[in-house]
Design a protein around this ligand. Structure first.
Ligand SMILES: Nc1ncnc2c1ncn2[C@@H]1O[C@H](COP(=O)(O)OP(=O)(O)O)[C@@H](O)[C@H]1O
Ligand SMILES: CC(=O)N[C@@H](CCC(=O)OP(=O)(O)O)C(=O)O
Length: 296
């Protein structure tokens, strides 16, 4: 596509008020495992994040990697199991989770950001006690009753050590965080990356939280992109979960968005990472993209 020079200038000028609005502010970007499956998207996402940094915005990346963990488990003869979007994590699965998230994906993202000129630092929740966690109490609903179940080494975030993130942002580094938590005894937990992103966004006072996934946002009917909700209030989103219209991995994503909004993050968005430069389109254009969830 040939774009003439005056149009290029127009695009940059349209971005100007947003560059001013977010100048020196923090934006948490949750990079989901499903969006990582697309090779080209890996480049667009890294370029967008580096560009944010260079126009004076402070991006913090929290990554997932569910599909890669699934593949590694299957290679080792284990079948992944999820309850309400959370992976049942025995000791052996925990080793695979660490290997894929911390050992592989985190480093890949750091390298990609570096390729485009970003100074990225890879961290997990263990680094400097960045994410204090505790064992999660899992449950299932049977005959309208809540029954407790053991999810293994799955944790809930207890506290975020914001000092470490503050220091890195001050020096213009891009923190890239794996969703692994640690408790007082040094036990390690598998955390849902959406929940971690929501908690980090709230704890560091982020102005915006962007969840990058592989669908256009929240849809009434997943099979039909024309049923996309451009905007939902917290109550509307909660109602969709209750009615079963939001399912699987979208449940913790929406819950994390609601949590972040309630704790003071100004705006939260669920966007499709397979759309070229989706982050820039969300932040720097009037219409934005994806689903925005807002307070009631
Ligand atoms: N109402 C809904 N609208 C959109 N996606 C939904 C909805 N309900 C469930 N989903 C599913 O949620 C998935 C995104 O969550 P998840 O698989 O955890 O992605 P990620 O790895 O990006 O965190 C979508 O691919 C879709 O299959
Ligand atoms: C407890 C739990 O479910 N942890 C997740 C951590 C990775 C993640 O959240 O990855 P996505 O963002 O790609 O879904 C898991 O094991 O899959």
């Amino acid at each position: 596509m040939e774009i003439n020079n005056s149009l290029k200038a127009e695009v940059l000028v349209e971005a100007l008020p947003y560059i001013c609005k977010f100048q020196d502010h923090r934006i948490v970007i949750k990079y989901g495992g499903h969006a990582m499956v697309n090779k080209e998207a890996k480049n667009w996402i890294a370029q967008d994040i580096v560009l944010l940094r260079f126009v004076g915005i402070n991006p913090v990346v929290v990554h997932g990697g569910g599909p890669e963990i699934d593949a590694a488990m299957r290679k080792m003869g284990k079948e992944p199991e999820f309850i309400h979007g959370l992976r049942v994590t025995d000791e052996e699965t925990m080793e695979i989770v660490k290997m894929i998230l911390v050992g592989k994906i985190n480093g890949d993202i750091v390298s990609k950001l570096g390729k485009y000129g970003g100074k990225a630092i890879g961290l997990s929740g263990k680094s400097g006690y960045l994410i204090k966690a505790k064992k999660k109490k899992g449950y299932i609903i049977k005959d309208n009753k809540k029954i407790e179940i053991d999810l293994g080494k799955v944790g809930d975030v207890e506290e975020i050590n914001t000092e470490l993130i503050d220091i890195l942002l001050e020096k213009k580094y891009i923190p890239v965080i794996s969703p692994i938590g640690i408790d007082d005894k040094g036990d390690i937990f598998n955390l849902n990356a959406d929940m971690v992103a929501g908690d980090i966004a709230a704890a560091i006072g982020a102005k915006k939280l962007i969840m990058i996934t592989d669908v256009d946002g929240i849809m009434k009917n997943i099979e039909d992109p024309s049923t996309l909700f451009k905007k939902l209030t917290i109550s509307e989103a909660e109602e969709l979960i209750k009615e079963g219209m939001i399912s699987g991995g979208m449940i913790p994503k929406v819950e994390a968005c609601i949590n972040a909004l309630k704790k003071g993050v100004e705006s939260v968005h669920i966007i499709n990472g397979k759309i070229p430069h989706s982050i820039l389109l969300e932040i720097f254009t009037e219409e934005g993209i994806g689903t925005m969830i807002v307070k009631d």
